[in-house]
Design a protein around this ligand. Structure first.
Ligand SMILES: Nc1ncnc2c1ncn2[C@@H]1O[C@H](COP(=O)(O)OP(=O)(O)OP(=O)(O)O)[C@@H](O)[C@H]1O
Length: 681
């Protein structure tokens, strides 16, 4: 029940907050009582008072009163609570320092390079007011500019490269919350979940790559409350994020034209202009959010279209005879500027040039020698055989050999495929995963090969770029290759041999440059003997083979538990010796995925102040007869039941939004769709 006195206090502070004026004063948060933070007689900011009282209430009564925080902050505080973050005492929040800063920087080289000029500029303009921070897509800080020492004296001592600021670890904070929300977020002083951060305000903007994937976040953190109106620093940081995204177009597509356009010429250099990456022949490969808004088409609708005139798009883009891209808009429609022409002198689009231009260049290759190789070592844990196989696979990929990853379900095949891509010369290029088991049979062909406008009844207007072409220049990961229908195996074989793709309904073939990783839990040799898998395709994809051991065969379950707990935002939690023993000897039919579910369940049932998981946190019958340890029997059923409940819960929480539910569950959308098939009556 609400305590009337407490509610009254919060209401009073809340109504002051509504009418507050711009406030700025020096204060230091040290103790537990709000009065301790201010010199006698100093004005206490209203929002800080409100949030302080709410935090007190939460501590005393264990629940968050409704209706006092802004709705996005309220939602974030509730998520913070669900993650077990403690608003008053974050002494136990350890810094999840990235093991090796060189690795962290190598893994984010493209983002760092694109952001570097903006960070220097922002430091000059806003460095005295606070900190300018760039973090990666996991909220791990890459670079900090500004007077970090001054802010450290005031209580933020853990803002440094390598420190992770996910919401699950540190509660509501602009960096972590902007990544969860996928949009710009401002956190005003006391709105931080952890009391220690109350005197600071931050605004963060996610940074997306040209395909629309969030790859980082830019943040401005200042002492004191947020100004009511957008002030110069907040506007500068918004423009900076935009410039970084445009520069990423140039870094992502060195072989393409990058164009800016806007209906009004003076706006061409502004943050409102649309940006497109366009091939020599006018085909659009990528578009920024503003381009989508201006043309009223989504990214996927734009990709693959040609700028061919009024019926397609209101402009044309073609090479002239001198090899320069000429863009012409309908009269009065758009103004254009070519931001960057391809590095090589452009010639008319032809297969030979295209493949050459898309092949990994020497610089990328050198980068890949250093980038993320440690990531593979981490994935291999203490399995020296696996590490050797992964090193061979990486070399194989760099030399154009396909890699086949085999292992039982849940052993981490997709994780390994991504790790190999990240450690290869194609790191930073597209990694396109296709789950051959989750796409309806009738759609696999169009999904893989794409189609031209009008290729078949019901085809999307403007056609669609297939997954093979989307992976051009990068890596194609064909998961569950054993489930690919026979007739498509023949088409895939042809693509792998000829390195050319013809979208459905198109006569001409386009050259393609991809590295290929396939994975399966099936025994392909048996399938070849039974004639359900083509022998020639088997030998074509079986370049370097990586066999992933089942969890019961691994002697480093402890390392995997550690990495899973960290990923679940519970790196401060450990496991008891007895539980470690049980984990080591269990047969784990569902492998790492099953272990992850068990840990998720155990974390969910532990009390807030418990930092060691023990046998008591296991589901009933996990150890005794109720959870037998032989594969394929009751244990799988029990784990499945928990898994199904988590899936239903997550879908309900996200009102049926599969992408959001998959993100919360930490699985890919394709995996969630596959699991949903099982849930259907
Ligand atoms: N080395 C690892 N450390 C920690 N977690 C891991 C590791 N490998 C895999 N995982 C986690 O285990 C789960 C299953 O991994 P993944 O989907 O890659 O397995 P899979 O073999 O492809 O599964 P399936 O056969 O069902 O497609 C994922 O949640 C993944 O993040």
């Amino acid at each position: 029940m609400d305590s009337p006195r407490h509610l009254c206090e919060i209401r009073r502070a809340f109504s002051h907050a509504r009418h507050r004026c711009r406030w700025r004063t020096a204060f230091t948060l040290k103790g537990d009582s709000l009065q301790d933070f201010f010199p006698p007689g100093a004005a206490i900011p209203d929002r800080l008072q409100t949030t302080h009282l709410i935090r007190e209430r939460l501590r005393a009564e264990g629940h968050l009163p409704e209706g006092y925080l802004r709705s996005e902050i309220d939602a974030s505080w509730r998520r913070s609570l669900a993650h077990g973050v403690r608003g008053h005492d974050d002494a136990l929040v350890s810094l999840r320092e990235f093991g090796n800063l060189d690795d962290l920087h190598a893994a984010n080289r493209m983002l760092l390079d694109a952001a570097s000029p903006e960070l220097d500029f922002l430091e000059e303009r806003c460095g005295r007011e606070g900190l300018v921070i760039l973090a990666d897509a996991d909220a791990t800080i890459l670079r900090v500019e500004g007077d970090a020492a001054a802010l450290a004296d005031l209580g933020i001592f853990d803002v440094s490269p390598g420190a992770t600021w996910t919401e699950s670890l540190r509660g509501t904070n602009a960096l972590g919350t902007a990544l969860v929300e996928g949009r710009p977020v401002a956190i005003d002083s006391g709105e931080h979940f952890i009391g220690r951060l109350s005197r600071f305000s931050c605004c963060s903007l996610p940074i997306t790559d040209p395909h629309g994937n969030v790859i980082g976040v830019l943040d401005l953190t200042r002492d004191g409350q947020l100004p009511i109106l957008h002030d110069t620093p907040s506007m500068l940081i918004g423009a900076a994020a935009n410039h970084i995204e445009t520069r990423l177009f140039e870094a992502f597509f060195p072989e393409l034209f990058v164009l800016a356009f806007h209906p009004r010429r003076p706006y061409l250099d502004s943050t409102w202009s649309g940006v497109l990456a366009v091939r020599d022949d006018g085909e659009i490969v990528a578009a920024n959010a503003q381009a989508c808004d201006l043309l009223r088409l989504s990214r996927s609708e734009l990709a693959g279209r040609r700028c061919e005139g009024p019926r397609e798009l209101p402009f044309t883009a073609l090479l002239d005879t001198a090899g320069a891209l000429r863009v012409a808009a309908l009269p009065g429609e758009y103004a254009f500027r070519v931001l960057r022409a391809p590095r090589r002198a452009a010639t008319r689009f032809d297969g030979a040039r295209s493949v050459q231009a898309l092949a990994p260049n020497a610089a990328a290759h050198t980068r890949a020698q250093t980038a993320n190789i440690d990531g593979l070592a981490k994935l291999a844990g203490r399995q020296s055989r696996l590490l050797r196989a992964l090193q061979m696979a990486r070399q194989g990929l760099n030399n154009g050999l396909p890699v086949l990853v085999q292992g039982e379900t849940g052993t981490g095949k997709e994780v390994i495929a991504r790790g190999l891509h990240d450690a290869s010369a194609r790191a930073g290029k597209p990694f396109v995963a296709v789950n051959c088991a989750s796409i309806p049979e009738g759609l696999i062909e169009s999904e893989l090969f794409g189609y031209r406008d009008g290729a078949f009844t019901g085809a999307r207007k403007g056609g669609m770029t297939g997954r093979l072409m989307q992976a051009n220049g990068g890596t194609l990961f064909l998961d569950e290759i054993g489930d690919m229908p026979l007739h498509l195996q023949a088409r895939l074989l042809r693509v792998l041999q000829e390195r050319k793709v013809a979208p459905l309904g198109a006569g001409e073939e386009q050259p393609i440059d991809i590295a290929v990783i396939c994975a399966t839990h099936r025994n392909l040799q048996t399938m070849v003997r039974e004639k359900s898998f083509r022998e020639d395709l088997y030998y074509r994809i079986h370049g370097v083979s990586v066999h992933l051991p089942a969890l019961r065969e691994r002697d480093d379950v402890d390392l995997i538990v550690e990495s899973l707990l960290a990923r679940l935002g519970a790196s401060q939690v450990g496991i008891s010796a007895e539980l470690a023993d049980v984990f080591r000897t269990h047969s784990w039919p569902g492998n790492i995925r099953q272990l992850e579910m068990v840990l998720r369940t155990a974390l969910a049932v532990r009390a807030d102040d418990e930092y060691e998981l023990g046998l008591d946190h296991l589901c009933d019958g996990f150890i005794d007869g109720g959870c037998p340890t032989t594969p394929g029997t009751g244990s799988r059923g029990l784990i499945r039941k928990h898994e199904d409940e988590l899936i239903r819960e997550s879908l309900a929480r996200h009102e049926g939004n599969v992408a959001a539910a998959a993100q919360t569950l930490g699985i890919s959308r394709a995996t969630l769709y596959r699991k949903l098939k099982r849930l259907r009556p």
